[in-house]
Design a protein around this ligand. Structure first.
Ligand SMILES: [Ca+2]
Ligand SMILES: [Ca+2]
Length: 165
């Protein structure tokens, strides 16, 4: 059969226009959870592909919000470890945690709720995560471990397929 010339006829069908929102919907801009674990470099790459950047936690309000979003989606994150990337690292300069996007250090009095004794990983652990289960404090973890993370998107070119009614 030559599919270029074939004619198909559909019976008992009606066509109708439907609003795109009924089929899929855009994710709101802001801190968008990437619900699959990946290492920190891979999260940076992915956020850039979405024309955004890694979300950097800078306040307790934002921290609570992201933690609850993460917990709501923890099943789809299937993290091998508890926690999510919070956007601070000391890879460029050991012991000096900076915002991964701007490379700015934490302002005096800024929000960075390390767990007691953390950060403790010296050159081995350079990327900060927030735990979420029994405590929500931060830990410096190895950057090559896989955690879920968030991208900060001004525009959200990500759609969730909703299925047709
Ligand atoms: Ca370190
Ligand atoms: Ca640590």
């Amino acid at each position: 059969m030559n599919w270029d010339t074939v004619k198909l006829q559909l019976w008992n069908m009606t066509d109708s226009e439907m609003p795109i929102e009924s089929i899929c919907y855009p994710i709101s801009p802001g801190d968008v959870l990437i619900p699959s674990p990946r290492n920190f470099d891979s999260l940076i790459d992915l956020c850039q592909k979405f024309h955004g950047e890694v979300s950097v936690v800078t306040s307790s309000e934002q921290h609570s919000k992201l933690t609850s979003t993460y917990k709501d989606s923890a099943a789809s994150c299937t993290n091998p470890y508890d926690g999510y990337w919070v956007g601070w690292w000391d890879r460029p300069s050991e012991g000096r945690f900076v915002d991964v996007n701007s490379m700015s250090p934490l302002a005096p009095g800024g929000y960075q709720p390390w767990f007691l004794g953390e950060p403790n990983g010296r050159e081995q652990e350079n990327c900060a995560i927030s735990w979420t289960e029994t405590i929500s404090n931060w830990n410096d973890a190895r950057c090559d471990l896989e955690y879920c993370g968030f991208c900060h998107l001004e525009h959200a070119p990500v759609f969730i397929l909703r299925g047709t009614p």
